[in-house]
Ligand binder design. Structure first.
Ligand SMILES: NC(=O)c1ccc[n+]([C@@H]2O[C@H](COP(=O)([O-])OP(=O)(O)OC[C@H]3O[C@@H](n4cnc5c(N)ncnc54)[C@H](O)[C@@H]3O)[C@@H](O)[C@H]2O)c1
Ligand SMILES: CC(C)[C@H](C(=O)O)[C@@H](O)C(=O)O
Ligand SMILES: [Mg+2]
Length: 373
């Protein structure tokens, strides 16, 4: 067996970011210990914490370290003091967008699973969502997020949405290849009845589709897709969409899983890779130990896949499943058994280490005794 050495830049960020990121690192350390790999963790500033410390949401030293790293693990960024001030000139989100652009992370992959153990906690009807397993391919470095924006002399504000065919082609090929290895269905979500950029997306997808004859392609307008997603999510395999639609639909899709705190993501491009939960800094929960760390931990599992370590990734996912089986859950999922962020993370880390059988484990967690690694 080959032992790997990897340098991981960790950007804990703001709000609950450091808490959930801490649990993902705990689990990665457990993976390193069990499988004999060597992971180093290089902590850097990004987001509101970076503005406070340096005046800049993405300091040069952080960007440089991310370019040099084998992978980046991000908690979340964002702070109410900027959210509530529309006139703020410097914002935490600028750091995240600049990082994605600079690293060339054009494809953001967001898996959505309806866990059997959580069906009863979902606000959606279990018979509708059971068995859901879909992948959202969200374009991440184009569209309205990155178009020209500003104000005109008469006070009008504008945000331009632009896409070049190559920006669509490169993510489309990735999405088609993913569909080939799954249930061979790709749904393009757009607004081609209104938007010129969406009509370009359709043209490009139609021109590429013949290269993947086994993949069935269909097209949905985003408004309909938003409804179909929670009405009949099993109809989807791979959803391909532009930047803003993907942002919105993936938060919506988290309701299928049961919590925004469950959905991980991988952002990839031509070289660099970044792994982050899809949720934000959930500032109301900061320091309370109630944030679900599973989205961050599953993002770490996606990092392990990216490193070519499928057995290690499976060990993490199995340990997460064990936590769900034993209902070691944070309060947004089950308030009657509410475990803390750290207890859930430790339970999963123990699971990866395969140290204890689950029930013994569970009583230790309940007593708050688990403080390993
Ligand atoms: N990638 C990122 O870093 C990222 C993503 C989204 C939002 N943000 C930023 O985060 C800040 C807060 O934004 P928001 O409140 O709209 O979105 P949010 O994702 O932080 O929280 C929305 C809601 O989702 C739930 N939630 C989120 N994460 C959870 C977790 N780990 N466990 C349990 N429940 C969880 C909570 O009910 C919360 O009120 C803003 O500044 C925003 O810009 C950052
Ligand atoms: C914080 C914000 C810029 C970000 C986005 O819209 O991409 C977030 O919502 C996400 O989903 O990662
Ligand atoms: Mg979002």
């Amino acid at each position: 067996m080959e032992f790997l050495s990897k340098r991981i830049v960790v950007l804990p960020g703001d709000g609950i970011g450091p808490e959930v990121c801490g649990e993902a690192v705990r689990v990665l350390k457990a993976v390193a210990e069990r499988f004999g790999h060597h992971f180093t963790f290089d902590y850097r500033l990004m987001g509101a914490c970076a503005i406070d410390a340096t005046g800049c949401p993405l300091p040069d030293a952080t960007l440089e370290a991310c370019h040099q790293a084998d992978a980046v693990l991000l908690g979340a960024i964002g702070d109410p003091k900027y959210d509530h001030d529309p006139t703020a000139k410097v914002r935490p989100e600028q750091g995240l967008l600049a990082l994605r652009k600079s690293l060339g992370l054009y494809a953001n992959i967001r898996p959505v699973t309806a866990y059997e153990q959580l069906l009863d906690f979902s606000p959606l009807r279990p018979d509708r969502i059971a068995g859901t397993d879909l992948l959202i391919f969200r374009e991440l470095t184009g569209g309205v997020y990155f178009g020209e924006k500003g104000r005109t002399a008469d006070g009008t504000a504008y945000d331009n949405c632009t896409y070049h065919p190559e920006e669509i082609e490169r993510i489309a090929h990735r999405a088609f290849r993913a569909a080939q290895g799954r249930r061979q269905k790709l749904t393009l979500v757009d607004k081609a009845n209104v938007l010129e950029t969406s009509r370009l997306w359709r043209e490009v997808i139609q021109s590429i589709a013949p290269e993947y004859p086994e993949v069935a392609v269909d097209y949905l307008f985003v408004d309909n897709a938003a409804m179909q997603l929670i009405l009949n999510p099993r109809q989807f395999d791979v959803i391909l969409t532009e930047n803003m639609f993907g942002d919105i639909l993936s938060d919506e899709a988290s309701v299928i899983a049961g919590s925004l705190g469950l959905l991980p993501s991988a952002s990839v491009g031509d070289g660099a890779a970044l792994f982050e939960p899809i949720h934000g800094s959930y500032p109301q929960a900061k320091g309370k130990g109630i944030a679900n760390p599973i989205a961050a931990i599953l993002s770490a599992a996606m990092m392990l896949d990216h490193f070519g370590l499928p057995e290690e990734a499976r060990a993490v996912r199995d340990a997460v499943e064990n936590a769900l089986n034993d209902q070691v859950l944070t309060p947004e999922l089950n308030n009657s058994t509410a475990y803390t962020t750290e207890q859930v993370g430790s339970f999963i880390a123990y699971g990866v280490l395969d140290l204890m059988e689950c029930h013994l484990h569970r009583s230790n967690v309940a007593c708050g005794k688990i403080t390993i690694i």
